[in-house]
Write a protein that binds this ligand. Sequence first.
Ligand code: EPZ
Length: 416
Amino acid sequence: MEKFVVTGEVQLCGKIRVGGAKNAALPIMAATLLCSGVSVIHDVPYLSDIKAMQGIMTLLGAEIKREGRTLIIDSSNVHRVEVPEQLMREMRASVFLMGPLLGRFHKVRLSYPGGCAIGHRPIDLHLKALEKIGARIKEKFGFIDAEADSLIGSEIYLDFPSVGATENAIMAAVLAKGVTIICNAAREPEIFDLQTFLNKMGAKITGAGSDTIRIEGVERLVAVEHTIICDRIQAGTYLIAGAITRGDVVVENIVPEYLVSVIDKLEGIGSVIQVGENFIRVRSKELRGVDIKTLPHPGFPTDLQAPILSLLTMAKGTSIITETIFENRFKHVDELMRMGAQIKVEGRTAIIRGVPKLTGTKVTAPDLRAGGALVLAALAAEGTTEIEQIYHIDRGYENFEEHLQSLGAHIIRLNS
Ligand code: EPZ
């Protein structure tokens, strides 16, 4: 097992460039299964979740080659429609395979995706959406079997603007007969990227980025080339790293409007933010407490709740964070309290009383974003912090320590 060892109290300064977004790449990789042919996807990040998706797709019969940041995916020989249980458990994003396999083969079998550290993460909205366009769903012995004689466009209402359910519904509907309308759809930028990719393949989708998406079914799709949009969550994490260390950081290759809510909160905390066409600069000398509520996009992203909570542990005054998206996403709190943070969690709300400084100690990353948050806290803390179980962090932060080192951080990866 590996760990990070971080020596704190170093102001981060400099520029970094973020790469393609994990949460855009995963559904787009799955979408390549909707047709036979060779798709070329650029700026695919080097992350363990991407590797896991590659493994599952290869098992289904896809042939995938990585050339630098480009994946070449040949889905001509995809012949299996069953995702094995072990691989489903390894990465719940394999649930994105349901839509494409149902769309192309009218059949898919997968085991119930396990919950994870941040919640039990049901897929009822995914299943309800697929049933609405004609899938017959059978759930027993922990497996889900979905099949359809044909898929017919319909109106789908999502009780919650679920990102995954929106993406699965789009991918199942692109080859259906007739028009599908998704109401109360998620509005995340990664869904717009999926729409762009599928329309290049010949789909007829409009409305992604709004709460109503229209998909007119087509006969067939063709394999195409595409470049993944930038990773707004990695970008936001580095901006918060600049603020928590009271440094001066420029994050490049980012679309600023993806982070309007994060920029607003950083300014409220006291950071000076400069926004360019494809970069954001953060300078921060003081930290003031603010209240934050996570919401579906364009609200404050739940994936940056843990990182900004780390920052607020050392902000003047009291801050209140309400996590409205996941029911169990405060696992970083116990670890931050070991570093001297003053936090009280009541259900989905964390009350944070700012302290002048955290102090380094041994902590354990409980999940991907909480792990990132602990690294940020360590960068600002007095003394040295060891962070165990950093495999969680490698799922979603590409070359994390190298990026931070390039900004001046004292962080190394060791075998623990
Ligand atoms: C996507 O997960 C992201 N993952 C998550 O990022 C992100 O936190 C989340 O969207 C919210 O933005 C990927 O894109 C691979 P949801 P997803 O369906 O699709 C409930 C990261 O750190 N729900 O929008 O699983 C669910 O329990 C990850 O990169 C149902 O009740 O999120 C949760 O409370 C973590 N029934 C809420 O909706 C369903 O059928 C939001 O989930 C589906 C979801």
